[in-house]
Design a protein around this ligand. Structure first.
Ligand code: SF4
Ligand code: SF4
Length: 167
């Protein structure tokens, strides 16, 4: 019995010498793995235009029927995205999403990506529907916000020749 007691005390003493493994969330956050799939983000080009062209391929690919997209026409006076159309409505129901990443794979412009943010909390069903405003990437300065007034004929292709057209 004394032997077991001694072994128990040694184990306890060893634990006192080890550095703690507990992470003090939320002050301290554990880095995620490179292929982690977290909260979605709708990306922009460097010049602020939205990458999403409202094609709905992500919605078609989603096995959980979590995405709703409505598109509208761009004009050079009010341009949201390159090409003819942009997503006037983009919603993801996070109660349905299973974080499979199919939407990301289906997107022809790499507009929708699953980021590293895992802090997904809501207290009612309506707040679980993430809208375009909350999903769209922030811009570094206000003049990069959409819609933008651009030169006629500058962005006729939905997928521009340049990966990230500059200003
Ligand atoms: S990650 Fe999967 S389930 Fe979630 S919105 Fe995308 S396709 Fe749908
Ligand atoms: S996120 Fe991609 S696939 Fe979905 S509507 Fe926009 S451009 Fe199309």
């Amino acid at each position: 019995m004394l032997k077991e007691l001694g072994r128990g005390l040694i184990t306890t003493f060893k634990m006192l010498l080890e550095s703690p493994v507990t992470i003090q969330y939320p002050e301290e956050k554990r880095p995620v793995r490179p292929r982690f799939r977290g909260r979605h983000v709708l990306k922009r080009y460097d010049n602020g235009l939205e990458k999403c062209i409202g094609c709905s391929l992500c919605a078609a690919a989603c096995p959980a029927d979590a995405i709703f997209v409505e598109s509208a026409e761009n004009t050079d006076e009010e341009r949201y995205a390159p090409g003819e159309r942009y997503a006037s409505t983009y919603e993801i129901n996070m109660l349905r999403c299973i974080f499979c990443g199919f939407c990301e794979d289906a997107c022809p412009t790499e507009a929708i990506v699953l980021g590293a943010n895992y802090e997904l909390t809501f207290t009612n069903r309506r707040d679980a529907i993430y809208t375009k405003d909350s999903l769209l990437e922030a811009v570094p300065s206000p003049e990069l916000l959409t819609p933008q007034k651009v030169e006629p004929g500058e962005y006729t292709r939905s997928i521009p020749e340049m990966e990230d057209p500059k200003l």
